[in-house]
Design a protein around this ligand. Structure first.
Ligand SMILES: Cc1ncc(COP(=O)(O)O)c(C=O)c1O
Length: 465
């Protein structure tokens, strides 16, 4: 690695001057700017000055196979030289698109044998809703068009995907389609009502869901979209049995179940897809992105059931044609990257590695619960989160001006670890190749960072405990 090629200050300034950073907190961003991440290898990234960081966030939920895979570079370059692009519209395709679709469907649950390709998670979710609308319209039920989603669910940032997203903070100062989407309660076990057991909480959520369906009217609801574990909303693992019970209500009411596996797919929970393998449900559609190419190239995929496919393709002539598609609905280079990604995951036993090392990661991180500001440590395998509180008994949060998640992330960054701040949370979604020794290092660095920040807060007069 040659870091002399980078002028960090110049890059830093150009970035501040011209790049729009989503979700940046400008009072701080204008002062601190962005960390210029310039090179990478394995589980680590390097800033433009050559400082090494253990990447605790996998780029952002995506570099599943780790950095610097020469075979990915070769597969991508090879495809560029064979054919960089040709459309897969009405009557043309490319070998990479056909092979990728075939391989992808072979690893998906057995009812999902067809894929609509796009460029990322938001568009994969938009496409799922558009497919649901087209499906019911073709069945003669165009009034079935509303979509249910979770409060705190995150499904992306296009107009439609942000409407599906149940985060009121992200809706502020924008417009969303309130006529299309209705939100159901977040299955936030840690913050369930006092005195309720987890099982009671599950009963409560299921009963509220059923009531919501009844009050809106099943004949107007096309789909329910949900992440198996809510990711950006706070790594929220629903109570045991929740997904299966909700899926059963959906089935009874002819509501399509869309499982948003943009984060949970491609090994993060130790399976190609988590819906069936981890949570025992067979969705009507699964959406995927991020880990599908390990972030090496943009790609989104909407996998659909045979049943939906049969309806949307039957008599698809004239007005009935499925008129939804993008220039990059099947980009050969992204597909070549996707094929190589699946090959590497399989060849290197990455799913098995996550299954073996994931529980170690969970329990190593859970030890942080003994710290005075750590209220909860949750998640599964390589999708984990630490929730900070001012008082563990009452679960009261620290005031916003403590910027707790951000402070911890900044302290960790100084120590050579990248973790993601999100309000009072710190989220971990590293590459899936971490060894136990790297996990130990990650956890001890995070622990030291939380301890330092706690001392700072106490000195600054924040009340803890
Ligand atoms: C669960 C989930 N769905 C959808 C998206 C949107 O994906 P993209 O940013 O690729 O559009 C994200 C992004 O973080 C996500 O976490």
């Amino acid at each position: 690695m040659d870091f002399t090629q980078y002028n960090t200050r110049d890059l830093w300034q150009k970035d501040i001057d011209h790049v729009i950073h989503p979700w940046a907190y400008y009072p701080e961003f204008e002062k601190d700017g962005a960390l210029v991440v310039a090179e990478s290898e394995g589980a680590y990234v390097y800033d433009a000055d050559g400082k090494r960081y253990l990447d605790g966030i996998g780029g952002i939920w995506c570099v599943n196979i780790g950095y610097g895979r020469p075979e990915m570079a070769e597969a991508i370059a090879d495809q560029v030289m064979k054919i960089p692009y040709f459309n897969a519209f009405t009557d043309t395709t490319t070998p990479a698109v056909a092979e990728f679709a075939n391989r992808l469907c072979s690893i998906a649950p057995d009812n999902l044998n067809h894929v609509f390709m796009s460029t990322g998670g938001s568009v994969a979710n938009d496409s799922a809703v558009r497919i649901a609308h087209h499906y019911f319209s073709r069945l003669g039920k165009p009034e079935k068009r509303k979509v249910l989603s979770h409060v705190q669910g995150y499904h992306g940032s296009t107009y439609l995907a942000m409407s599906l997203t149940g985060m009121p903070g992200s809706h502020k100062n924008f417009h969303i389609d309130t006529d299309l989407v209705a939100y159901v309660e977040c299955p936030y076990v840690y913050r369930r009502p006092d005195g309720m057991t987890e099982a009671d909480f599950c009963d409560h959520l299921v009963s509220e869901f059923a009531k919501k369906v009844e009050s809106i009217g099943a004949d107007t609801i096309a789909a329910f979209i949900a992440e198996p574990i809510l990711g950006s909303g706070g790594v929220i693992v629903p109570p045991q049995g929740y997904h299966q019970r909700i899926a059963a209500i959906c089935k009874q009411n002819e509501i399509l179940y869309i499982s948003d596996e943009v984060v949970t797919g491609f090994g993060r929970l130790g399976h190609w897809f988590a819906s069936e393998a981890e949570f025992g449900i067979k969705p009507d559609m699964i959406t995927s992105a991020k880990g599908i190419t390990s972030g090496y190239l943009p790609m989104g995929a909407t996998l659909i059931s045979d049943q939906i496919h049969d309806v949307i393709t039957s008599q698809a002539i004239g007005d009935n044609v499925f008129s939804h598609g993008f220039t990059y609905s099947g980009h050969p280079v992204a597909c070549a990257a996707g094929l190589m990604n699946m090959h590497i995951i399989e060849r290197d036993g990455i799913l098995e590695h996550v299954q073996q090392v994931g529980p170690y990661f969970e329990s190593a991180l859970a030890a942080l619960k003994e710290l005075p500001i750590v209220g909860d440590v949750r998640g599964k395998k390589f999708m984990l989160c630490v929730e900070s509180v001012a008082n563990k008994e009452t679960k009261a949060l620290l005031p916003d001006d403590a910027h707790i998640g951000k402070r911890i992330a900044k302290e960790a960054e100084k120590r050579g670890l990248i973790v993601r701040p999100s309000g009072h949370l710190n989220i971990l979604s590293p590459t899936l190749i971490l060894t136990e020794a790297q996990i130990d290092n990650l956890v001890s660095t995070l622990r030291a960072s939380i301890e330092t920040v706690t001392d700072e807060l106490v000195r600054a007069g924040y009340k803890i405990g």
